[in-house]
Design a protein around this ligand. Structure first.
Ligand code: KIV
Length: 271
């Protein structure tokens, strides 16, 4: 059983919550344009994220920091046109949620112009005030903790987070805080498997992992990593699902099958 067995109607937030309750893994991937979004939908992926990773994999930047709101709205609109069923989430890019009024304007653009059903933002602490304000005004929020790429300069690179006990304790507290602020979903990136599994168990909201082991409620991959076309060194957690398969849809369907069957991520993809 997976989400699409519910029926062929568009997937909703209550469907995703039901998946967590019933122990059904949620399969997620990024997309940035209509044709590939349509293939993602065809393969039965549950959730599509228009990630600000587009700054790296589409625009060729070295980080996500140069991504603008206009670019996010443009790519979200393109992806929305390609989807019929998957739940659509769009990233608020760097500085687009630096205070509540700015976040309100920009999140509204992603939902009203772009067609997203949810916005994603990175961090906890002061970000909780933004999460609370958006949630109270009916803009569902996905939080993102662990390796938060918009903090790359403070973190000093793209590294696993939460290895030390104090960092792990802070991550658990942050996860609880974003949920309490109203976040309805949490992405955990590059976190040790045991810590991510503990957080997923402790939270009521679905926790989607990337480089966070198999104990999360679902998995997400950047589409280019999944298809093996990301330039440069592939991250440990990524797997080329296109290798040995004949088409993009077959690769996506195999990813979905492996996540739902608990085969991906394996230990070799985890920390
Ligand atoms: O921007 C993105 O693609 C993301 C995923 C890596 C979760 O945030």
């Amino acid at each position: 059983m997976y989400v699409s067995d519910i029926d062929s109607q568009p997937i909703t937030l209550p469907d995703l919550r039901r998946c967590k309750r019933d122990g059904v893994k949620i399969v997620c991937v990024t997309a940035y344009e209509a044709s590939l979004a349509a293939r993602v939908d065809e393969a039965g992926i549950d959730l599509v994220l228009v990630g600000d990773s587009l700054g790296m994999v589409v625009q060729g930047h070295a980080s996500t920091l140069p991504v603008t709101m206009d670019a996010m709205v443009y790519h979200t609109t393109c992806v929305a046109r390609g989807l019929r069923r998957a739940f659509l989430v769009a990233d608020l890019p760097f500085m687009a949620y630096r205070d509540v009024p700015t976040a309100m304007v920009n999140a509204t653009r992603l939902v009203a112009e772009g067609g997203a059903a949810m916005v994603k933002l990175e961090g906890a602490g002061w970000v909780c005030e933004v999460i609370e304000a958006l949630s109270k005004r009916e803009i569902p929020v996905c939080a993102h903790l662990g390796l938060t790429p918009q903090s790359v300069h403070r973190l000093g690179g793209y590294r696993v987070q939460g290895r030390e006990q104090a960092d792990a304790d802070r991550l658990r507290a942050d996860a609880r805080a974003v949920q309490d602020a109203g976040a309805q979903l949490l992405v955990l990136e590059c976190v040790p498997t045991a810590l991510a599994a503990t957080i997923a168990r402790e939270l009521e909201i679905p926790v989607i992992g990337i480089g966070a082991g198999g104990g999360c409620d679902g998995q997400i991959l950047v589409l280019h990593d999944l298809l093996g076309i990301t330039p440069g060194k592939r991250p440990r957690f990524a797997k080329d699902f296109l290798a040995g398969r004949g088409s993009v849809v077959a690769a996506l369907a195999e990813y979905a099958r492996a996540v739902r069957g608990g085969e991906y991520p394996a230990a070799e993809h985890s920390y």
